[in-house]
Design a protein around this ligand. Structure first.
Ligand code: ATP
Ligand code: MG
Length: 482
């Protein structure tokens, strides 16, 4: 029982946190506020307009009686008609007039006025503000609007009288009461109707988001092709869906790359292991001479070296990606480093019948670099140049500094790289000519390692190549750690 109760409370809390609920609550509150503001302001306008029309009526009456008293003080018939008969002739808007002389003795009075109004209260209420109307309650609780004013009798003046007028405003009060009833009815209706209409509207508005969530739920590592179809979505959600699809494109590409990478690793590890196994099995199949065993062992050693180089390259790449990897930066003279590299590759250069020249900067080029890693990067580039430059070609190492960066470039006059392969040369295990690279022992990790070394240094690597004309790779690193 208790768990049932707590689960329904949890469900209620969850639904309060939904977007549809929040939007509905927002619409309902805004709608309610607007309905309240509109009806309340109309009510106040109506109140003041009703008061104004009553006050105008009172002022008009006051003006008529004053004029009569001033112009025709002796025309008692006219006064009698105005004060005693006119109100009695009215069916709904009853008004009462009393005329007092200078000593406050009543001269004329609308019949029934004493029963309807507490006349002593009338005096105090209206005389406080001459010529201004005030609201008072009548003897039977009926609402009245009253005014009182002095009036000059005769022209030239012979004295002054007091005119008191009261108008029964119960009709208007009833009108306002009916208005208030409708006011609260409309507000109650609005507070019920707004959520009833707003909730389906909000649900309809966020349906695309639910669609996106469903698509996202369907996506797994084996199902990365799924995309959100954003046709008909509102612009904001279409752009969100577009961004989401772009993210899926990138994820799909990364997944493909990772699975290609794993397949390549497996393949590249299997080849030397199979070679070692095959050669050993053949050698052990029958008795061999010492020289034959030596030959097999040498071949096995070659494969083992290849294997261990591959493993250490892979380990290097894995470590380079770790955020914990630190560089051992030291002050390195880049020109000197390039000269050392040239000397190191002297023998291979002679063997390949190419030329290797350095074009270092004229001034010493000092930079804060990890010497071993930069040597490795430049070494990989020289190896590539040597592998792809036919006899008679030339390789050139250059260095210069500009805008706080040191640029090392390795260019050759070799075979070049086809334009469609160029964007992929930094991918792990990528080789343009797989069969040839396999024969020459390339694993396709060299340029990936160069790129990792540049990333570790906060720099970048760029490659330009023309098929049949040559290749130029530029390493760009900050002169010191930023
Ligand atoms: N200077 C170059 N001239 C022509 N092609 C090149 C050059 N440098 C790289 N390439 C092409 O780019 C591919 C990738 O080079 P990368 O250095 O990454 O691998 P690799 O040289 O094949 O193997 P590894 O360097 O791991 O022994 C090479 O297989 C080659 O096809
Ligand atoms: Mg290479």
């Amino acid at each position: 029982m208790c768990s049932k109760w707590s689960s329904s409370v949890a469900q209620l809390v969850r639904s309060c946190r939904t977007l549809a609920f929040r939007l509905t609550a927002g619409y309902a509150l805004a709608g309610l506020f607007l309905a309240f503001a509109a009806t309340a302001s109309l009510y106040f306008v109506l109140c003041s307009e009703l008061d104004r029309s009553t006050d105008l009526f009172l002022a008009d009456k006051l003006h008529v009686i004053r004029t009569m008293l001033r112009e025709r003080p002796d025309d008692s018939d006219a006064l009698h008609e105005e004060i005693e008969l006119e109100s009695a002739a009215r069916k709904y808007e009853h008004f009462y007039v009393r005329l007092l002389d200078a000593q406050n003795r009543p001269l004329l009075m609308t019949p029934g006025m004493a029963e309807q109004l507490d006349l002593s209260k009338f005096l105090t209420a209206s005389q406080g503000q001459p010529d201004h109307a005030v609201s008072v309650k009548g003897a039977h609780g009926r609402p009245f609007r009253v005014t009182s004013a002095t009036a000059v009798v005769g022209s030239p003046p012979m004295g002054s009288d007091t005119i008191q007028i009261a108008i029964d405003v119960s009709q208007k009060e009833e009108l306002l009461a009916s208005y208030r009833f409708w006011f609260w009815t409309i507000l109650t209706g609005t507070s019920v109707l707004f959520p009833l209409i707003g909730y389906p509207v909000a649900r309809h508005g966020i349906r695309p988001v639910e669609g996106m969530a469903m698509t996202a739920r369907r996506i797994s590592s084996t199902n990365l092709r799924e995309r959100i179809r954003a046709e008909g979505y509102p612009l904001e959600l279409a752009s969100l869906a577009g961004t989401f699809n772009e993210m899926l494109d990138r994820l799909e590409e990364s997944f493909e790359r990772i699975s290609r990478f794993s397949a390549d690793i497996a393949h590249d590890l299997r080849t030397p292991v199979n070679n070692i196994r095959g050669e050993t099995e053949v050698a052990l199949a029958r008795a061999r001479t010492i020289d034959e065993y030596r030959e097999v062992l040498e071949s096995c050693l070659e494969e083992a070296v290849r294997l261990s180089e591959l493993i250490s390259d892979l380990l290097f790449l894995a470590r380079a990606e770790s955020p914990l990897t630190h560089l051992h930066r030291e002050a390195v003279d880049v020109s000197e480093l390039l000269d050392d590299m040239r000397e190191y590759y002297e023998a291979s250069v002679v063997e390949n019948q190419v030329s290797l020249a350095t074009f270092p900067s004229k001034t010493p080029l000092m930079a804060e670099l990890d010497r071993k890693l930069v040597q490795r990067a430049v070494g990989n580039l020289i190896s590539n140049a040597l592998a792809h430059t036919p006899p008679g070609g030339s390789i050139r190492l250059g260095a210069n500094a500009e805008n706080g960066s040191v640029r090392i470039d390795v260019s050759d006059t070799g075979t070049g790289i086809p334009a469609d392969a160029l964007p992929r040369v930094f991918d792990r295990f990528f080789r343009v000519d797989t069969s040839r690279a396999q024969a020459s022992g390339g694993t396709g990790l060299g340029l990936a390692i160069v790129q990792s070394i540049m990333t570790l240094h906060g720099g970048k690597v760029e490659i330009e190549s023309q098929l049949g004309q040559g290749t130029r790779v530029t390493l760009d690193m900050p002169l010191s750690k930023r």
